[in-house]
Design a protein around this ligand. Structure first.
Ligand code: ATP
Ligand code: MG
Length: 562
């Protein structure tokens, strides 16, 4: 007995591929495809499928095609085709010269349908969609045969040809596969394979007024492209017998369909139909809103492709549906940003500090570490002067227990700077604190006292005269419930929107080095989280930062406890 060493710890998909490679079913070839329907933007669920399909192809030295499943002309748009390509590329995958469209094969698919008719395996049904549905039966009862089921091949051929020629209105006829109306698998009860639809198509224009149905088109597109492993989500498991039936009847090249569980995430809706509703109802700022689980939304939010790929690898593939905690996605993001994000100082809610014993006209350049995780990132100089801004929350007139930040008479460390002691706070007429008065200890430059005295708090700050104004946008989950779709009735998830999912802070201040922030630049604002410049709204004279994620890692905490 020998076991394949590479099979160790592998998932069921890779084990099946190994088996095919051993028995020679596909002559050792591995050729997958990612087949999005261009009816929306890609989401993190699609990322799982992309990583799987392109990842497997790369691992086995094979190929992966990008194929637009554009068989439904009414819902598809070229905007989506463009965004899908951008997203797949951004995730780090390359389809080479293998970008295809199901619509490329309309002629071939028509010929396959004709072949089925000739074999007596398909017929034109001239009843309405409702009538056909009404005779389909149920899970416990068989369906009943259509009165048109025994039409001759000649008659079917004539009708189907005229369907294509545009002789009939929408809904007057359909072409159905002739399989078995009593099959326990409802998908095999003479499924519709072509329908009449007088609608222009984004690629074929008005050339066609009949369009193939998904089940018929998909297996044949796979076959035409000589795909070896057609990886899809679990809901297609019951369609596999139909996938196989078409290919057997047509004696066509036969890929292997393999199903895996789709990704669900807590606090997230994933279906494109629901995401479209959020867009159409203006709940979010388009498909790329930083709160959306779309790839473009995650990108705008500041996610890295590396973090998304790491997440997809971590969750792996399974045969049973489950929901992944969104904290795991955020954990993978933090792990990546921790290594690559430059540390900077940004004050979200500024409170002025005047250092009374610091000369008015003096400016010092203090050395700050760019990334303690990455010595190669080096250091930078941060200007320090008499007037600073700190976080309003870093001062309390009456500090609660265990509050170690600034308070009257208390001493704290300014990050990369000096120890300062609060001497007074100045209030306006309404009693609001307007500024803090402090003194600094010139002996503590760099953050240590020569006499060895310690302070418990270290806070971030920005020199007032060097501060760069910025708008900062903070995000929370888009939904209040871990399972927003639990309410199954239509629109149910719309009642679970989180009214606090976006907070705009218009008057933040960031350190001067950020005036040159790059579009794709990612930063850790010390103590505040990871941020990126908003690619859409930020301007050189009006910086806008998105908070990508906070620093608190609830997943890491859970893992520690477990
Ligand atoms: P949705 O239900 O969100 O509209 P879909 O399955 O209709 O998704 P397609 O464009 O048809 O979207 O999907 C392209 C590929 O991505 C398919 O192979 C599909 O199985 C896969 N996919 C879609 N959603 C997920 C998900 N949540 N997890 C894993 N794979 C997914
Ligand atoms: Mg779909």
């Amino acid at each position: 007995m020998t076991t394949e060493p590479t099979a160790q710890g592998q998932d069921f998909i890779r084990r099946m591929i190994n088996e095919h490679n051993r028995n020679g079913r596909f002559e050792g070839r591995v050729h997958t495809r990612f087949p999005p329907e261009p009816n929306g933007y890609l989401h993190i669920g699609h990322a799982k499928s992309i990583c799987l399909n392109f990842g497997i192809a790369a691992e086995y030295g094979g190929l992966c095609n990008l194929r637009f499943d554009d068989t439904n002309p009414t819902k598809e748009e070229t905007e989506y085709v463009a965004s899908i390509q951008e997203d797949v590329r951004w995730l780090g995958f390359d389809w080479g010269d293998r970008k295809f469209y199901a619509s490329d094969y309309f002629e071939a698919l028509f010929d396959y349908a004709v072949a089925l008719i000739r074999k007596g395996k398909a017929y034109v049904d001239s009843r309405s969609a409702e009538e056909i549905r009404g005779t389909r039966g149920t899970l416990t009862e068989p369906g009943t045969d259509s009165p048109y089921r025994e039409r001759t091949a000649e008659e079917n051929l004539d009708l189907f040809t005229r369907m294509r020629a545009g002789d009939f209105p929408d809904g007057s006829h359909v072409l159905r596969a002739k399989i078995d109306m009593a099959s326990p698998n409802i998908n095999l009860r003479d499924p519709v394979i072509y329908r009449i639809l007088h609608a222009p198509h984004h690629r074929t224009g008005n050339s066609w007024c009949i369009y193939p149905m998904y089940d018929f088109a998909h297996c044949l597109c796979d076959s035409i492209e000589r795909i070896t492993h057609s990886i899809c989500t679990l809901e297609f498991e019951d369609h596999r017998p139909l996938y196989d039936w078409f290919l057997e009847q047509l004696e066509a090249y036969h890929p292997q369909q393999i199903e895996f569980a789709r990704l669900n995430l807590t606090y997230t809706v994933m279906s494109k139909r629901k995401l479209l509703k959020l867009v159409q109802e203006g709940v979010v700022d388009g498909w790329s809103d930083p709160r959306m689980p779309t790839i473009s939304g995650l990108r705008r939010r500041g996610y890295t492709p590396e973090s998304i790929r790491a997440f997809c690898e971590r969750i792996g593939v399974a045969k049973r549906d489950s929901t992944v905690d969104i904290a795991l996605l955020e954990h993978c993001l933090r792990e990546d940003l921790n290594l690559r994000a430059a540390r900077v100082m940004g004050v979200l809610d500024p409170l002025k500090v005047v250092i009374e014993n610091y000369p008015e006209d003096r400016v010092e350049e203090l050395e700050a570490v760019n990334n303690p995780e990455d010595p190669a990132a080096g250091t930078r100089l941060v200007p320090f002067s008499r007037e600073l801004y700190i976080e309003r929350d870093d001062f309390r007139e009456e500090p609660p227990r265990k509050y170690f930040r600034l308070a009257p008479g208390r001493e704290v460390r300014l990050r990369y700077g000096y120890f300062i002691t609060c001497t007074d706070c100045v209030k306006d007429e309404k009693g609001e604190i307007r500024e803090i008065r402090c003194t600094y200890d010139p002996q503590t430059r760099g953050g240590a006292a020569p006499d060895g005295r310690k302070v418990k708090g270290t806070i971030h700050w920005i020199s007032a005269r060097h501060a760069v104004p910025a708008e900062v946008r903070l995000y929370e989950h888009l939904f209040t419930a871990p399972d927003p779709e639990e309410a199954k009735e239509e629109g149910g998830f719309m009642d679970r929107l989180n009214s606090r999912s976006l907070t705009v802070l218009p008057s933040c201040l960031v350190e001067p080095s950020l005036a040159a922030a790059a579009k794709e630049g990612r930063y850790q604002f010390e103590r505040q989280g990871y941020f990126c410049l908003d690619a859409q709204d930020s301007r050189p004279d009006r910086l806008v930062f998105n908070r990508t994620v906070t620093l608190r890692d609830s997943w890491a905490k859970m893992e520690k406890k477990a």
